[in-house]
Design a protein around this ligand. Structure first.
Ligand SMILES: Nc1ncnc2c1ncn2[C@@H]1O[C@H](COP(=O)(O)OP(=O)(O)OP(=O)(O)O)[C@@H](O)[C@H]1O
Ligand SMILES: [Mg+2]
Length: 288
């Protein structure tokens, strides 16, 4: 499909689809895309623990994995090859993780678990549109969107189809990663996506022997940057080997180790995300 044909309003089928997408998105109160300029900084880990944390606060939550080439959410939630909800009226719902947390990723649509997705721009864009258009998410308080690294087709498509999405930018304390944060922030500025805040991941470390927090790595860079740029700082998550084991085992740390230092760090991020979202939503209503 050519770019001109995709412009809403010039193609009747597409504008109908746009309208349906808009209608469906109206049922979702808050949309949050978790992004970063750099790979492997913990976006999927933050997305999952944020989504599970919100669901533990009794919110209705959806988790949308728009990382089409590396969909990690199903494995990290322990629901690989999960079943989409095929309803008698022909509609399709996302995969259930718990009664109030459902997720969608490209994984349930692949013929095999290890199938490689070899899609380019337009196909990726239409896949993400269909995640909203074809999937019955129903009424949700929060939709958390896990993006692949960088500012390519996937976050761009999210920005286009979900104009009221907020961004959470994940970083690690290193200088190089902080430079990448600035790129993500510039992207948000260009696409007019308000930034909910920064999460500093792998900040300090939890000793695998005594379980106490140890400051062996440099930390605080994300907080400094957020102060400098006047963006809320949502919290820091320490390096904790249990994040890897719980991620691999499909039991998100926030629910697998309640009361631990790291679970509390995630809970703080969840609380801050709730507060800032509500504050920003209220500001938006006031300005309307
Ligand atoms: N705070 C942490 N402590 C220890 N390990 C962590 C932490 N955060 C993430 N990890 C581990 O680092 C790896 C990368 O994390 P994750 O997949 O969440 O990153 P990502 O930014 O989503 O990566 P990608 O850019 O590939 O999508 C995973 O194995 C994860 O378990
Ligand atoms: Mg990821």
């Amino acid at each position: 499909m050519s770019k001109t044909k995709e412009t809403p309003g010039t193609n009747p089928v597409l504008s109908q689809q746009d309208m349906k997408i808009r209608e469906k998105l109206q049922q979702i109160d808050h949309k949050i895309m978790v992004m970063s300029g750099k790979g492997g900084v913990g976006k999927s880990t933050v997305s999952i623990n944020l989504a599970v944390g919100l669901s533990l606060e009794n919110f209705y939550v959806g988790l949308l994995d728009v990382d089409l080439h590396g969909p990690n959410i199903p494995k990290m939630l322990g629901v690989e090859r999960g079943e989409l909800q095929r309803r008698p009226d022909g509609t399709v719902g996302p995969v259930y993780y718990s009664p109030n947390l459902k997720f969608m990723s490209v994984e349930p649509l692949l013929p095999e678990k290890d199938s490689a997705v070899m899609w380019r721009g337009p196909l990726k864009m239409s896949a993400i549109r269909q995640f909203i258009y074809d999937i019955e998410w129903g009424k949700l308080d929060y939709l958390v969107i896990d993006a692949p690294p960088g500012t390519g087709d996937e976050p761009m498509t999210v920005a286009q189809i979900i104009p009221d999405a907020y961004a959470i930018v994940v970083t690690t304390p290193q200088e190089v990663s902080l430079l990448d944060v600035r790129k993500s922030l510039n992207f948000c500025k260009q696409v007019k996506m308000p930034v909910l805040g920064i999460v500093e991941n792998m900040s300090g470390m939890i000793c695998p022997h005594c379980g106490k927090a140890v400051d062996i790595f440099k930390r605080g860079g994300g907080e400094k940057l957020s102060e400098e740029l006047e963006i809320p700082f949502l919290g820091r998550i320490p390096v904790d080997p249990r994040i890897v084991t719980t991620g691999d085992a499909g039991h998100p740390l926030i629910s697998a180790y309640p009361g631990s230092h790291t679970a509390e760090a995630f809970e703080k991020v969840v609380r801050n995300a709730i507060n800032v979202t509500h504050m920003m939503a209220a500001e938006k209503t006031e300005n309307q």
